[in-house]
Design a protein around this ligand. Structure first.
Ligand SMILES: *[C@@H]1O[C@H](CO)[C@@H](O)[C@H](O)[C@H]1NC(C)=O
Ligand SMILES: *[C@@H]1O[C@H](CO)[C@@H](O)[C@H](O)[C@H]1NC(C)=O
Ligand SMILES: *[C@@H]1O[C@H](CO)[C@@H](O)[C@H](O)[C@H]1NC(C)=O
Ligand SMILES: *[C@@H]1O[C@H](CO)[C@@H](O)[C@H](O)[C@H]1NC(C)=O
Length: 482
């Protein structure tokens, strides 16, 4: 039995576990990758075996935008059940599970300010749904073995807690997920596969709120329980996906499959981490390297830097944050900085911010870099009022260091490619309103996939809610237990 020990300090630490009132179970739903690499290599072997037979490229329709003072999130449309209904789910590379709000759910949002229509999934109105019981493989393999007190009539329950303190509880069901397979240039056809996902029975915190409400969360993590891993083990897709989040127009591109164009530079994923972690080596501000202690890029909670599309901003430990901010404002001595909403450093500025502030470039192993422009790391909350997107992750770990987490703030307007087969991640600056080319393994064809913006037809962009800064943090981190 695992008990999460430490406090959830404002945002970064999430603890995931399963619990069941019926049989007094408390256990983790997310894998700890420590010592579990064999399952990954088993997967890879499995994928290789399947590759080239009937693997589809998938085009997911995206909506939303990463502006912190609007919704701050990106969501995709997927179909579930037979007959299939549409669900809007936040895409989150920081967690593993797909779940949607279910019929009979307590405290689930019924309306959304994003201008999308919310739908509750009802297993009993889908002819292909099956409840997952606690003795089934999915349930036991999501944990460290058989579940104590399990009898075959008990559902497999779960609770996931996210970094913003919100949580979701429910039970697992198996049903068809319906996606758009790429079949030609700008052309798709429906495809489906049977996967296990969470049926949300109770939400708490922001997950119950109407502002920015979606039907659920689509975790794109690499554990066995994620949708992409399940579809790969069915031989439906390769374990490669890419996103191009468009914060200029909203929406963007989200595709599963090999991206042929644009080409990206890559860096290896740090092994045995619960997230997509990469090794940061240095930070450059306006052409000068920050002078940082060499051990600052790893903490005992996380080796390396977490790449997380489910988080809006970017988080840096005190040891990086302080010198970074000092360097950014070094050329602007006359500015008056003040704090908004107790957490944002803001200031008045009426010039061109790209001229007034330096670029920040992160350098990663394998000579991959990420150059972030002032217009990307500063966001406006009012005319001439700007706030800094870099956040101080404080000291949340046992060794007193906060973690490094890069969210949509820096991932936007880039094609980011996650190759789980080769264990690399890479990116390149890209116009997310243009198109990319993916390979369809089934036909061998290379096809163009264009952008989508699910929200452009909605009432989302009716103006800024400038004062209320709503930041969704959906980083699910591994449980730390003794
Ligand atoms: C899933 O695919 C099968 C085979 O193509 C098809 O017969 C079925 O109608 C599809 N189901 C859904 C829900 O789209
Ligand atoms: C992951 O899934 C594969 C294939 O379904 C299975 O063989 C393996 O045991 C699973 N790994 C874990 C850790 O559950
Ligand atoms: C993965 O690595 C292999 C071997 O290095 C290489 O041939 C292949 O092109 C890589 N795959 C992708 C998608 O880059
Ligand atoms: C991005 O691509 C779109 C579509 O091709 C084009 O209309 C737009 O001008 C491009 N934006 C930039 C900045 O190049």
């Amino acid at each position: 039995m695992d008990i999460a020990r430490f406090s959830i300090v404002n945002l970064l630490l999430g603890i995931s576990f399963l619990s069941s009132g019926d049989c007094n179970l408390v256990f983790k739903v997310q894998h700890k990758f420590n010592g579990r690499q064999r399952s990954l290599s088993a997967f890879k072997a499995h994928d290789m075996h399947r590759r080239g037979r009937f693997l589809s490229a998938i085009d997911l329709e995206l909506g939303g935008n990463g502006h912190p003072s609007e919704s701050g999130l990106y969501f995709a449309k997927i179909g579930l059940g037979t007959p299939a209904k549409d669900y809007y789910v936040q895409v989150d590379t920081g967690s593993d599970l797909l779940w949607v709000n279910c019929a009979g759910c307590a405290n689930c949002p019924r309306k959304s300010d994003l201008g999308i229509e919310l739908t509750l999934y009802n297993p009993s109105s889908s002819s292909t749904s099956n409840l997952v019981t606690c003795d089934q493989d999915f349930c036991t393999s999501s944990h460290d073995g058989p579940i104590p007190g399990c009898t075959p009539d008990l559902n497999c329950e779960y609770t996931v807690s996210y970094g913003d303190g919100s949580s979701t509880t429910g039970y697992f069901v198996e049903d068809r997920v319906v996606l758009d397979q790429v079949t030609g240039n700008f052309r798709t056809a429906s495809t489906n596969g049977s996967i296990v996902f969470g049926c949300g029975a109770q939400q708490s915190g922001q997950l119950g709120a109407t502002s920015a409400a979606v039907d659920g969360i689509l975790g794109f993590g690499q554990s066995n329980s994620s949708m992409i891993s399940q579809l790969a083990s069915l031989g439906k897709v390769r374990r490669i996906f890419a996103h191009c989040l468009d914060n200029i127009k909203g929406g963007g591109i989200f595709a599963i499959g090999e991206v042929v164009q644009p080409k990206v530079h890559t860096t290896p994923l740090v092994q045995q981490q619960a997230h997509y972690n990469v090794a940061m080596k240095a930070i450059e501000v306006g052409g000068d390297m920050l002078n940082l202690p060499t051990d600052v890029f790893d903490t005992d909670l996380s080796r390396g830097t977490i790449i997380d599309s489910g988080t809006t901003l970017a988080y840096l430990p005190d040891e990086i944050y302080e010198p970074l901010i000092a360097k950014i404002f070094a050329g602007q001595t006359g500015l008056k900085l003040h704090t908004v909403e107790k957490q944002f450093t803001c200031f008045q500025y009426n010039g061109n911010i790209d001229d007034g502030f330096p670029d920040v470039t992160f350098h990663f192993e394998g000579s991959l870099s990420l150059r972030v422009r002032p217009r990307e790391y500063l966001f406006d909350i009012d005319s001439d009022k700007w706030c800094v997107g870099w956040q101080n992750s404080g000291a949340q770990s046992r060794d007193g260091k906060g973690m490094i987490l890069l969210g949509d703030l820096v991932l936007q307007n880039r094609l980011v490619l996650y190759d789980l087969e080769n264990q690399t991640i890479g990116w390149t600056e890209y116009n997310c309103s243009s198109s990319i080319k993916v390979r369809d393994e089934k036909s061998g064809g290379v096809y163009t996939v264009g952008p989508h913006d699910l929200s452009s037809a909605s009432s989302l962009r009716t103006g800024r809610t400038s004062v209320v800064l709503f930041i969704l943090m959906l980083t699910m981190l591994h449980s730390f237990t003794n």
